[in-house]
Ligand binder design. Structure first.
Ligand code: MG
Length: 207
C-alpha cells in the first residue's frame, strides 16, 4: 500500500472534527440531555449527511449541530484516544497543520491549545476554510501530500488532485474501502513513524 512508504511529517496535515476531536460524542451527549434521545449513538450516523441517516426532525439536527460547534461545547469535546500523544510527538518534527471546514476557527484553536499543552502555540497552525471544497486549494498551497480526513466526499476530490487521503474510521465513512483506513491513532502513528511504531501492539519487535 502506498501509505506504507514513510510519510514525511512535513507533508502531512489533519482535519480536526472527527479526526483529532471526537466532536460527535458531544452531539450525542446533547441529544441525550436536551432532547431525551437516549437511544441515539454515533453508530447511527451511517452517513455524513445527518439529515439522511438520523430519523430526526431537521430543526432538532440543526439545533444539535449549532450547539455542538458553539464556543462553549467545542471546548468540551473529548480528543480521540492517543491523538494528543501522537500529535505532541509529531510536533517535534515541525509545526502541526490543521485544515478545517469550520467557518470560525477561534474556539477550535483554543481547544487544540488546551488539548496539546506541550506544543508551542505557534506550532499549531489552523486554516478554517468555511467549506470542505476549499480544503483542496489550501492543502496544495501548504504542499501537503497526505491528509487525514473522516469525510469520504472530501477524500474523493483530494485523491483526484493527487493528495493521498488517510481515512480516519468513523461510522459515517464505512461505505467505501478505497482509502487506507485508520481505526486508531496508534495505527496512524505506526504509519508516520514506522521505524519505532511496531512494539506497541504486536510485541513482535522485542528480542
Ligand atoms: Mg471532519
Amino acid at each position: 500500500m502506498r501509505t506504507r512508504e514513510a510519510i514525511e511529517p512535513k507533508e502531512l496535515a489533519f482535519d480536526i472534527d472527527g479526526v483529532v476531536a471526537d466532536t460527535m460524542e458531544v452531539f450525542v451527549r446533547l441529544a441525550h440531555s436536551r432532547y431525551g434521545l437516549s437511544h441515539l449513538s454515533k453508530e447511527h450516523m451511517t452517513c455524513y449527511d445527518l439529515y439522511q441517516c438520523l430519523n430526526l426532525e431537521r430543526e432538532i439536527i440543526d439545533d444539535l449541530i449549532c450547539l455542538t460547534l458553539d464556543d462553549e461545547h467545542t471546548l468540551q469535546i473529548p480528543p480521540m484516544p492517543l491523538a494528543p500523544d501522537v500529535l505532541t510527538e509529531l510536533a517535534e518534527h515541525g509545526p502541526l497543520r490543521f485544515v478545517t471546514a469550520r467557518i470560525w476557527p477561534e474556539s477550535i484553536i483554543r481547544w487544540l491549545q488546551q488539548t496539546l499543552p506541550q506544543v508551542a502555540p505557534e506550532n499549531i497552525q489552523v486554516v478554517a476554510t468555511g467549506s470542505p471544497e476549499a480544503k483542496l486549494g489550501i492543502l496544495q498551497e501548504l504542499g501537503v501530500r497526505c491528509f487525514v480526513e473522516d469525510r469520504l466526499e472530501t477524500c474523493h476530490f483530494l485523491v483526484r488532485a493527487g493528495i493521498q487521503p488517510l481515512l480516519y474510521d468513523q461510522p459515517w465513512n464505512r461505505t467505501s474501502n478505497q482509502y487506507p483506513r485508520f481505526r486508531t491513532w496508534l495505527q496512524l502513528r505506526q504509519t508516520i513513524f514506522p521505524e519505532n511504531g511496531t512494539n506497541h501492539n504486536t510485541g513482535a519487535g522485542g528480542p
